[in-house]
Design a protein around this ligand. Structure first.
Ligand SMILES: Cc1cc2nc3c(=O)[nH]c(=O)nc-3n(C[C@H](O)[C@H](O)[C@H](O)COP(=O)(O)OP(=O)(O)OC[C@H]3O[C@@H](n4cnc5c(N)ncnc54)[C@H](O)[C@@H]3O)c2cc1C
Length: 813
């Protein structure tokens, strides 16, 4: 490790930043065989946000993949000392998290089920056992607690040093006191300029913590990270602590919003207060190393008073140290990982939002795999930097969302929850109209989208629950109206791209697993696969002309899908790619009467023969030019009306007038979710991802091996020959009022077979539905299994999918 020597002229990978993230990256890169790694640190290792962290390490998060990552961190920290000889001071003292309400208990049960999938022990204990585990607690008002015996805390600086030692032993070079001052992309690589000369690298990873936004700007990209302040205090030694027989577990009082752990002979207490404070929003000072912000006890006193009530020994304790440190937050509180769109060869691992210590180990591994293997070994979509788009560029937006994340750190996180900060940001011309019709909005990719429509006398607000949300009955009505008549849904948020040029057909053909539509006016549903055969994108491709294609995908994947397509563009300029998302509005008509409605708006022949399924026609609907796609995610006769955005309002009003005699209703995304589950249509993200192939997903009819080569073909062919080991199955669940939402274990007797990828209630078929990848033998219809929902074992049966209209008669009618 060098502070004085010149930096090497070349490296395969340059890591910028020597906090826990950068050191973990360097460590894992070398473990993956990439030894030509240079880590550049502006000051000293761990001198950014890492050194002052409280070091808490929990695994209790509401996500299977992230829980797995956190377990990997703790496993690594447990073995680092022996491997590197550097102590990391890991205390696996356990953790207890308090529940004071039934909803909180539901949340714990949900997470405990997910933990069971990963063999992470979780016990839900009563107040008495809580008192044994944490003798200093006043259990008043506590219903129960979640006890995780393998959680704990670690010394952040030591663990960073150990990772650095491991990286050095693996062949990496670490250079300290070298701020990176410029980044230039040229000839398929990067020139990284520092205060001590420059270095060429194939790949650069921005792991500069709260400085990552500035470092990103050196490369012309804007990352959604802002620094927020966070305090904790450490008490003087306490006799109550000295009297303990063993170390206290870390305690989190979720309702009072603070954590407490033992620190030597005293306590360390950290609050997540209301009205958090941002810091250095424009530029983080370059010299803010090994430093803290001034402590502000007024800012946190309310929560500290609560902490004193819950842990009386703290109420009277003398405060020895006040720590106020900044750390980089993102709009959803999860870090940014992976290749940065628009900057080939630039990756990021930053924005840990108060969790960098516990995430650092596992996240470093997945981020290193992304560089070395081209993709992480598990689905990291929840951390993928491409989950954000242009809308998340403004500092004000990121700060608003980040503050909400901070305040709500210990709030109950309900399924299907939609939070208000930074909204409304992106609205289409129908927003006010739909609001006037009772729409309750959610947000995806910055766009406001109607979730459901409150009926007269009903409060247009979400009432959340782990069982059934307050909208359940209204959504049932919407589903019934769509299945029985016709509904309209604003889907303007769809991502839309145009791919054109003389090379467009060959280019898309290589990316898509399905054959492209052969003629103009035809549509194909297709996946774009990774070289390993996983589903990278799930899209429809409409052929508009010999060399012109219209690609539509989900709102959530706009940046992701665009980046994937862009990354493969040929260098010869024969293909052009344009993001036309904001140019077109989309109104979806769905239901058996949608053809009647469409026919009422045009003189064109829209009969089944003239306008069959998976066809596209350019029609005039009233005065509006509309690209009509006959597709349906609802599983009914239906059309997507893609139109110039400026005509949205006209088109909507026109539809409403013409639709009145047909009983046209507005419906929202919650009804869409129920309707698509009844058809077992897969959703990219939960049901389709890099981690699953189309063959496993039961979508082999969209994979055409006979069409010639495409990305992923060889891997898929291999899998087809061997036969996939698992398969997506559809289960009808006897849910008893608590529908599955995702990550619930699926059991055969006591054996865990897999977990629910997505689930909900099918209002037409009258049952809860779950999709889950299961071993092929158990994925057979008729197999009786069980699903653990909120701690209860519920009967579930694999059914012949789809539950609704299995012959697709209604869809094709
Ligand atoms: C008070 C407080 C308590 C916390 N407690 C916990 C906890 O209990 N558990 C937990 O998991 N997390 C906790 N965290 C969060 C954790 O500290 C951070 O998430 C984590 O340290 C971030 O690590 P990093 O490597 O991303 O960033 P940093 O540690 O900030 O490292 C980034 C590095 O990049 C370097 N750098 C910046 N610009 C350049 C440049 N131009 N060239 C070269 N190098 C550059 C910096 O010098 C710095 O060393 C806490 C944070 C705070 C503020």
């Amino acid at each position: 490790m060098s502070a004085a020597s010149p930096i090497p002229a070349e490296a395969k990978v340059v890591v910028i930043g020597g906090g826990i993230a950068g050191c973990s990256l360097a460590y894992h890169l070398t473990r993956l065989g990439c030894t030509n790694v240079v880590l550049l640190e502006a000051a000293e290792l761990a001198s950014g946000s890492t050194w002052h962290a409280a070091g808490l390490c929990t695994q209790f998060v509401p996500s299977y993949n992230l829980m797995k990552l956190l377990r990997a961190s703790l496993d690594l920290y447990g073995s680092l000392e022996e491997e590197t000889g550097q102590s990391v001071d890991l205390h696996r003292c356990g953790s207890v998290r308090l529940a004071a309400t039934p909803d909180r208990l539901d949340e714990f049960q949900q997470r405990a089920s997910t933990a069971a999938l990963l063999d992470i022990p979780v016990e839900i204990v009563g107040p008495e056992r809580l008192g044994e585990l944490f003798p200093l607690v006043d259990p008043v008002g506590v219903l129960a607690a979640a006890y995780l015996p393998t959680d704990g805390h670690v010394d952040p600086t030591s663990v960073t040093q150990a990772l650095a030692a491991g990286a050095l032993a693996g062949g990496a070079t670490i250079v300290r006191s070298v701020p990176v001052t410029a980044l230039e992309c040229s000839n398929g690589g990067w020139t990284v300029t520092t205060s001590k000369g420059s270095i060429r690298a194939e790949t650069v990873i921005n792991a500069a913590g709260q400085w990552s936004r500035q470092v990103g700007r050196l490369a012309g990209v804007e990352l959604p990270i802002v620094p927020l302040q966070h305090h904790y205090v450490v008490t003087e030694p306490l006799p109550e602590v000295a009297a303990l027989a063993r170390e206290l577990p870390v305690l989190r009082d979720t309702d009072a919003s603070f954590y407490v752990r033992q620190e030597g002979g005293g306590l360390l207490v950290g609050p997540f207060e209301r009205n958090p404070k941002t810091w250095a929003l424009d530029v983080v000072p370059e010299d803010f190393h090994g430093r803290l912000l001034p402590g502000d006890l007024d800012q946190i006193s309310d929560v500290l008073v609560e902490a004193g009530r819950r842990v009386p020994a703290f109420a009277d304790a003398g405060i020895k140290t006040v720590v106020n440190g900044p750390d980089g937050y993102t709009p959803d509180g999860r870090c940014l990982m992976g290749p940065v769109p628009g900057a080939p060869g630039l990756h990021v691992l930053a924005g840990f939002s108060i969790f960098g210590i516990v995430y650092g180990g596992g996240a470093g591994r997945y981020a290193a795999e992304w560089v070395v293997d081209g993709q992480p070994s598990d689905d990291m979509w929840e951390l993928d930097v491409r989950r954000f788009g242009e809308y998340a560029r403004s500092t004000r937006y990121v700060a608003a969302r980040a503050c909400e994340v901070y305040e709500r750190e210990y709030a109950i996180h309900y399924p299907e929850e939609e939070l208000p900060a930074g909204r409304p940001l992106k609205t289409d011309p129908l927003y006010d109209r739909l609001l006037a019709h009772g729409a309750v909005f959610g947000v995806r990719s910055g766009w406001e989208r109607p979730l459901w429509f409150a009926r007269s006398g009903e409060e247009p607000h979400d009432r959340y629950s782990f069982r059934r949300g307050g909208w359940h009955e209204t959504v049932r009505q919407e589903c019934r109206s769509v299945r029985g008549g016709v509904g309209v849904l604003d889907q303007t948020s769809f991502a839309k791209f145009e791919v054109s040029g003389p090379g467009a057909a060959a280019f898309l053909d290589r990316l898509c697993a399905n054959t492209l539509p052969a003629e103009s006016g035809r549509i194909a549903l297709t996946q774009m696969c990774t070289p390993a055969g996983g589903v990278e994108c799930d899209i429809t491709v409409t052929r508009l002309g010999e060399a012109r294609f219209y690609v539509v995908s989900a709102a959530a994947t706009e940046t992701h899908d665009l980046a994937w397509i862009e990354r493969h563009l040929p260098a010869d300029g024969s293909v052009s790619l344009e993001n036309v998302t904001s140019r077109y509005g989309v109104l979806t008509l769905a239901g058996p009467r949608s053809r009647d409605l469409l026919g009422a708006l045009t003189n064109a022949d829209v009969s089944r023969e003239a306008f069959p399924f998976f066809r596209c026609r350019e029609l005039e609907l009233g005065m509006a030019p509309v690209r009509v796609l006959r597709v349906s995610y609802v599983g009914e006769l239906g059309y997507e009306l893609h139109h110039p955005l400026e005509h949205s309002r006209y088109l909507y009003e026109h539809l409403r007038t013409a639709g009145e005699p047909l009983g046209l209703v507005d419906f929202g995304y919650r009804a869409l979710e129920s309707l698509r589950l009844e058809k077992a249509y897969r959703l990219w993200g939960p049901d389709l991802s890099q981690a699953f192939t189309p063959l496993e997903a039961g979508m082999e009819r969209f994979v055409r091996f006979d069409k010639g080569d495409f990305i992923g073909r060889a891997a898929l062919l291999r899998q087809q020959e061997e036969g996939p080991a698992r398969r997506l199955a559809c289960l009808a669940v006897d849910a008893d009022g608590a529908d599955p939402h995702g990550y619930e274990p699926v059991l055969d007797g006591e054996r865990v077979l897999g977990y629910v990828t997505s689930g909900g209630f099918g209002h037409t078929v009258g049952t809860a539905i779950a999709l889950a990848y299961l071993p092929v033998a158990q994925a057979e219809p008729g197999t009786d299994l069980a699903i653990t929902i909120l701690g209860e074992r519920r009967p579930a049966r694999v059914v012949t999918e789809p539950l609704y209209d299995p012959a697709n008669e209604r869809l094709l009618s």
